[in-house]
Design a protein around this ligand. Structure first.
Ligand code: AMP
Ligand code: GLY
Length: 424
């Protein structure tokens, strides 16, 4: 079986790594891939932002299954195009991806289907948004409606900050393009959990839970990023809570989308806040998380291909999942300056030594393979990932491996998993 993976990040490297373990996969290609993926799959230059370019790759490669990593191709209707051509593809249609591509849509959807979420107002003008501020206590959260690579959410401590955020989003000063709609939302307190599930449009299969660290700085300070590190243990959500989430969040979302004629096939990522009032959905992503996927897939012992095919073919209920007990952790090595501007092209050393640490997999994100050297080529460069019997040991292995890797301007958080370790 020939599989095509779309994307260029650590998430896609982990997907390719896991798919290669499937005995039925005979050929894997990745578009566009990255330096690390190039050593395990054939990479085809393509822009994930360009629908026609991606369709050209599909036509040339004729894969038996296409797996979409990032959100952008989903928002462009890439999956719909493949359906139209009668091709097998893992990922939601453009209509189903609306759960991620429009936060306003997602909030109204949750309200229609009684899925617990923060109180909110969807506003389409600056005046309306400013006016809605009196409905919320401080801090208040202001969110761009559309895709913003994790940069469209602002937690505002003062009214002045909120006013600036609203002005900046509508004018385009904050994200580069002017928003036409935003969500003003109640600030929620609690621990965040990334709860991912697979669906064939009808059934749901929860993956193991993970906790991301979205802020750039140690102690959860500084700006929001795409994610600086993740850990996964079963104890993040106990069995009762998992069952509650399937019943009150996962299944109602899948049933709601089916009832609204936009059946959801793919992976649904529910970003949860575990508040004193119970779990609430902060956001949906309609794709695998990054670096959640790295931490989740290193614990998957059953066949990933079988599971993804089960979704595409509407027989997920027959699929069995088997997970490695214990824990995993995935730490991001970023370029200094990320999520702002940074420089690229720096040589990465120590990857071989790092990969020899027991239980460690080094997944590449922003890297390029040039004349046999790995060079940095993005904000998030590597996801150094490890499994072990305990969270302490998994973190220990990941940090030991990280200590062997060098490139100019390397930055990583040294406190991934700090809340879980403190709670013990
Ligand atoms: P989102 O893209 O909606 O997940 O937001 C990005 C990050 O902003 C989340 O992972 C949270 O850390 C934070 N955030 C979003 N909404 C809220 C909220 N209502 N209360 C507190 N923090 C939030
Ligand atoms: N790690 C957060 C995300 O993938 O959106």
């Amino acid at each position: 079986m020939k599989v095509l993976v779309i994307g260029a990040g650590g998430r896609e490297h982990a997907l390719v790594w896991a798919l290669r373990k499937s005995p039925r996969v005979t050929d894997i290609v990745c578009a566009p891939g990255n330096g690390g993926i190039a050593s395990v799959a054939r990479c085809i230059p393509a822009s994930p932002k360009d629908l026609n370019d991606l369709l050209r790759v599909v036509a040339e490669e004729a894969p038996n299954l296409t797996i979409v990593g990032p959100e952008l191709p989903l928002s462009l209707g890439f999956v719909d195009e493949l359906h139209r051509r009668g091709l097998a593809v893992f990922g939601p249609t453009r209509a189903a991806a609306m759960l991620e591509t429009s936060k306003g849509f997602a909030k109204r959807f949750m309200q229609r289907h009684k899925i617990p979420t923060a109180r909110y107002a969807v506003c389409t003008t600056r005046e309306e948004a400013l006016d809605s501020l009196h409905l919320f206590h401080l801090p208040v959260v202001i969110k761009a409606d559309g895709l913003a690579s994790g940069k469209g959410v602002l937690v505002c401590e003062s009214k002045r900050e909120a006013e600036d955020a609203i002005a900046g989003l509508f004018s385009g000063k904050l994200l580069g393009s002017a928003e036409t709609s935003l969500v003003v939302e109640e600030f929620l307190r609690g621990e965040e959990v990334s709860f991912l599930l697979l669906s064939d449009g009808k059934h749901v299969a929860p993956l193991i839970p993970a906790q991301d660290h979205k802020r750039l700085g140690e102690g959860d300070t500084g700006p929001n990023t795409g994610g600086m590190g993740v850990y996964s243990t079963d104890s993040i959500l106990d069995a009762r809570m998992r069952a509650w989430l399937v019943h009150h969040v996962a299944q109602p979302t899948i049933d709601g989308m089916a009832a609204e004629d936009a059946p959801f096939v793919g992976v649904l990522y529910c970003g949860l806040m575990m508040t004193a009032r119970g779990p609430m959905v902060l956001e949906y992503n309609t794709r695998f998380g990054d670096p959640e996927t790295q931490a989740i897939l290193v614990r998957l012992e059953s066949d990933l291909l079988e599971a993804l095919e089960g979704c595409v073919e509407g027989r997920l209920s027959e699929t069995e999942f088997c997970w490695k007990p214990g824990a995993s952790a995935s730490i991001i090595a970023a370029s200094k300056g990320y999520p702002g501007s940074y420089t690229s092209g720096h040589r990465i050393t120590g990857l071989d030594v790092a990969a020899r640490v027991s239980g460690v997999e080094v997944f590449h994100a922003g890297t390029a393979l040039v004349d046999g050297d790995y060079l940095t080529s993005g904000g998030r460069v590597l996801a150094v990932t490890a499994t072990a019997d305990s969270l302490e040991a998994a973190l220990g292995r990941a940090y030991e491996a990280m200590g062997k890797i060098h490139f100019e301007g390397i930055y990583y958080r040294r406190d991934i998993g700090h809340r879980a370790l403190k709670a013990r």
